[in-house]
Design a protein around this ligand. Structure first.
Ligand code: COA
Ligand code: AMP
Length: 625
């Protein structure tokens, strides 16, 4: 057997032995004697008797091993014309100090801290500082509106919020403090303190419970890492589900550290001292796992980029960062490359930079479409590797394992299941489907270390949302098939989750916003294919009888409402007023059929349809423009 097949078999047939061996890559204050705890199945826990500190593993141990002078983090911010490098020694010192500062504000083990910050090094410091004292961070992406922030505050009930005064988007400064105040004005839960990093682009007024980041750092006593149980939560990261209420994905400490450490070598072929760059945002799981934790856990150098693929200042930005910092491998979303390709189709900018040390381009967040794959591969001349994962899983489910056994790339496929993930394609009744047939992608339990053990404070919702559809399996919400060579093709979501420029959003929560408008009787939001962003939301509303409102005014109000309640990141700009929505006889809106027509497919008319004429009338509006 090859290295991949051998390792995969072992991970599935002997998870206990496999993961205890992988656990040796981590420093424990109490080494685990056991890998899997299945006593509460289908809720599983990993390394039940292990104890460790994740921040110690990401920082101090590298200093102790002689890497103190090696860069740990390079911040590159074209939007502020700034760059800053932290060595492992310096980052450890900053994190210990901020951890002490948080402790002085009353934040202790198990307390939650909401982090609402742009791509600044202090965001990484705040995350690791929480980890150092056993507090549980919950990072909220800056593109979300006050209402989304409020929902997360209410669910996580943080002791403190750590924020920056502003974020910087091309052409506009996003003031964070008013967003926080607006959110807190609506929440029953109130944090004790709000720590604010003042940025030059826009300082804010501090009052009452606010604390200036610099003041806190000036007086703080550095804190030592606190050992915590492997099963204790490291963070909660909220993600869009099918309903409007975001799901608090819990990450435990031990399984996460073990899985991410293992993944850096096996999946990415990245090793201590390598320079690694993930162009995402710390507000997403990709940012948590592969900007912050994984590269630092193994002693690599991570690049933190506050900028865009294009316009900051040009379409050569990615190539400039790679050459300037000696990046070995880049991980980004296909949408970012499509943005570069649109501005610079011949990749003329590439010629300006030396990319001789660049070995691999990793892509995830959405399906890597073959056209973008070929463009990137032709222009860069390095392996372009698609891999598939989710907020819930925390690390890749399927990938081309560059450090274990690189495989030929099949454009459109995320390659093979990663060791630890028992991926199966199931039909409606839960039967396994043969090669070539598309079905629901499910993962046989237990999920490997690093995957979510539950949802924050809600085991029942976790079971309902993921474990109840097929007994003994985790439901990914994606559909796809495995070909006769064992390659996995992920084709798209089976639920109401859409992916807009690599950002995961819920059409259900957009529908809730539209439905709240006084003129709207009923509505539907679907994701439709978009050349740049992969998908874009499109709304359809039916007016209440007797309502008289100019159509353009209504459309403007609805677009503004989604921006106000969900955030600019939803990119909701397209809404049509229609006579009726196509439904089944039991009253379910035929969103899947609408999606198919909008994407230009020949959709069969479902036999359960209530009135085929409604669908016929809508088809012209739906067809791709
Ligand atoms: N804070 C505040 N606002 C934000 C934001 C943030 N962190 N991130 C995005 N926004 C805003 C943008 O300013 C924009 O607002 P606008 O409507 O006023 O223009 C809106 O949200 C949509 O932003 P974005 O999705 O970034 O679209 P864009 O058209 O500005 O740029 C791309 C398109 C493709 C260049 C950009 O989406 C991109 O870089 N995508 C990569 C995403 C990624 O890495 N995802 C992580 C998955 S691995
Ligand atoms: P998120 O939780 O934001 O990481 O989004 C996860 C979802 O994004 C998955 O369920 C998929 O629908 C989609 N996704 C992520 N990576 C890929 C990929 N490589 N191929 C296809 N879909 C992907």
């Amino acid at each position: 057997m090859g290295a991949y097949a051998d390792t995969y078999e072992r991970s599935i047939n002997d998870p206990e032995g496999f993961w205890l061996e992988a656990a040796r890559g981590v420093s424990w204050t109490k080494a685990p004697s056991k890998a899997l705890d299945d006593s509460r199945a289908p809720l599983y826990r990993w390394f039940p008797d292990g104890e460790l500190n994740t921040a110690y593993n990401a920082l101090d141990r590298h200093v102790e091993a002689g890497r103190g002078d090696q860069p740990a983090l390079i911040w590159d911010s074209p939007v502020t014309s700034s760059q800053r490098t932290y060595t492992y020694a310096a980052l450890t010192e900053e994190v210990a100090r901020f951890a002490g500062g948080l402790a002085s504000l009353g934040v202790g083990k198990g307390d939650r801290v909401i982090i609402y910050m742009p791509m600044v090094p202090e965001a990484v410091v705040a995350m690791l500082a929480c980890a150092r004292i056993g507090a549980v961070h919950s990072v909220v992406f800056g593109g979300f509106a006050p209402k989304e922030l409020a929902a997360r505050i209410e669910d996580a009930r943080p002791t403190a919020i750590v924020a920056a005064s502003c974020g910087i988007e091309p052409g506009r400064v996003v003031e964070y403090k008013p967003i926080i105040e607006e959110a807190l004005a609506t929440t029953e839960h109130q944090p004790d303190r709000v720590v604010v990093l003042q940025r030059e682009a826009s300082r804010c007024e501090l009052t009452g419970r606010d604390v200036d980041w610099n003041d806190l750092m000036a007086t703080a006593t550095p804190a030592d890492p606190v050992p915590v149980a492997a099963t204790d939560p490291l963070y909660v990261l909220y993600t869009s589900g099918t309903t409007g209420k975001p799901k608090g994905v819990v990450r435990d400490c031990g399984g996460h550290a073990v899985a991410l450490t293992w993944s850096m070598g096996a999946v990415y072929d990245i090793h201590p001292g390598d320079v690694w760059w993930t162009a995402s945002d710390v507000g997403w799981v990709v940012g948590h796992s592969y900007i912050v934790y994984a590269p630092l856990l193994i002693g690599a150098t991570t690049v933190l980029y506050e900028g865009k693929p294009v316009g900051t200042p040009d379409a050569g930005a990615f190539w400039r960062v790679i050459s300037q910092h000696g990046v070995t491998a880049l991980f980004t979303a296909p949408t970012a490359l499509r943005a570069v390709k649109r501005v610079d189709p011949d990749a003329a900018e590439l010629a300006k930079y030396d990319l001789s040390g660049f070995t691999t381009l990793f892509m995830a967040g959405e399906r890597l479409d073959p056209e973008t794959y070929h463009w990137a591969h032709d222009k860069l001349g390095v392996p372009v590797v698609d891999h598939w994962w989710q907020t819930e899983t925390g690390w890749p489910i399927a990938a081309n394992l560059r450090g274990l056994e690189p495989m030929p790339v099949k454009p459109g496929s995320a390659t093979m299941p990663v060791p630890g993930w028992n991926v199966q394609i199931l039909d409606q009744s839960g039967e396994r489907l043969p090669a070539g047939q598309e079905g629901a992608i499910a993962i046989e339990l237990p999920l490997p270390p690093g995957a979510l053990p539950t949802l924050w404070g809600d085991d029942e919702r976790f079971k309902d949302a993921y474990l109840s559809r097929y007994e003994g399996y985790y439901l990914t919400g994606d559909s796809g098939y495995v070909d006769s060579d064992g390659y996995l093709f992920v084709m798209g979501r089976t639920d109401d989750v859409i992916n807009v420029a690599g950002h995961r959003l819920s059409t259900g929560s957009m529908e809730a916003v539209l439905a709240a408008h006084p003129a709207v009787a009923e509505c539907a939001v679907i994701g439709v294919a978009d050349q740049l962003k992969g998908q874009l939301p499109r709304g359809f509303v039916v007016l209440k009888a007797g309502v008289d409102i100019p159509e353009q005014q209504l459309r403007d109000e609805l677009v503004a409402a989604v921006r106000r309640d969900i955030g600019p990141v939803a990119a909701f700009r397209d809404v049509s007023v229609v006579e009726a929505l196509p439904k089944t006889r039991s009253g379910k809106v035929l969103r899947k059929t609408m999606r198919g027509i909008a994407d230009g497919r020949d959709e069969p008319v479902p036999s359960t349809i209530e009135d085929p004429n409604v669908l016929t009338a809508l088809t012209e509006v739906l067809r791709p423009r």
